[in-house]
Design a binder for this molecule. Structure first.
Ligand SMILES: [Fe+2]
Ligand SMILES: [Fe+2]
Length: 276
């Protein structure tokens, strides 16, 4: 069951457009990896909302019902703020528009073709993935250090709310699919397929943005990205272990109880209020 009740927060970050390519570490190679993920989020989050919404009537537990509504509200706010980010990204790097369109088209087709249980399986897999990314960001202050404050605040807010609601879609899944062998196979298959598709789109998209920026063969930039995302913080290699935890038959997102990171929300909301 959910250890934390998620809360929808209507915050706007008013991102400064001129920093979109350099907001993290002053480096396009570092910033554009996060920007690439942002391109997937508005359509991805709409897909998650729809997947969970189709099962809302099957949830009997009133607490889970409340959490589902908060989940939908949070993902809708994330979508709005990431659309604002993506708009300034597309203005700076027009090639990003093609990536956004491609992902939107793919998800629209999956929305139409996949049975709803498969869509929920993909949703809980990607929610697991975002929860791991969020935990990495929130537990190592170096990841958002040396960043433009509004961009950093937006990503921190998103990571905090992903942590708050990390078990909601999963609990809906368990409520409607149970914990039998069929549910287990569908859940694990969902993570394997979602991971392959995610990186299969994310890596070429990231390279395409860097190419459009004329940075594909900038060795100093690559060294910086490697240091930031790989060697110094271990952010990317550290994803592996929590990713694999999902395959435990009795896995639950709150097995990893990281609710202590949520105290970061207070200072963040004070900053956001001062900006709006
Ligand atoms: Fe989100
Ligand atoms: Fe989420």
């Amino acid at each position: 069951m959910n250890a934390v009740m998620p809360v929808r927060r209507d915050v706007k970050f008013h991102l400064p457009a001129e920093h979109v390519g350099t907001w993290l570490q002053g480096s396009p190679h570092v910033a554009h990896l996060a920007n690439t993920f942002s391109l997937f989020l508005p359509t991805g989050e709409r897909f998650f909302i729809e997947a969970v919404r189709t099962y809302r009537d099957r949830v009997d537990d009133p607490e889970l019902k409340t959490a589902v509504n908060a989940f939908i509200g949070q993902e809708a706010m994330h979508g709005r703020e990431h659309r604002a980010l993506n708009q300034v990204l597309v203005e700076a790097v027009p090639a990003a528009a093609g990536i956004e369109r491609f992902v939107g088209g793919l998800l629209a087709r999956l929305q139409k073709w996949l049975p709803r249980s498969y869509r929920l399986s993909a949703t809980i897999a990607l929610e697991h993935f975002t929860a791991i990314l969020a935990d990495g960001v929130l537990s190592d202050p170096r990841l958002l250090a040396d960043a433009e404050p509004r961009f950093a605040a937006m990503w921190r807010w998103h990571a905090l709310e992903e942590t708050e609601h990390k078990a909601v879609a999963f609990d809906v899944w368990t409520a409607v699919m149970g914990r039998g062998p069929r549910a287990y196979v569908m859940r694990c298959g969902g993570l394997l397929i979602a991971t392959v598709i995610f990186w299969g789109i994310a890596i070429p998209s990231y390279l395409r943005i860097l190419n459009a920026e004329g940075r594909l063969f900038d060795r100093a930039g690559w060294r910086m990205a490697k240091r930031h995302w790989w060697t110094e913080t271990r952010f990317l290699p550290n994803l592996w272990k929590p990713w694999a935890a999902y395959f435990r038959p009795n896995f639950h997102p709150w097995d990893h109880d990281n609710r202590e990171v949520l105290h970061q929300m207070d200072g963040l909301m004070a900053d956001a209020q001062a900006w709006s």
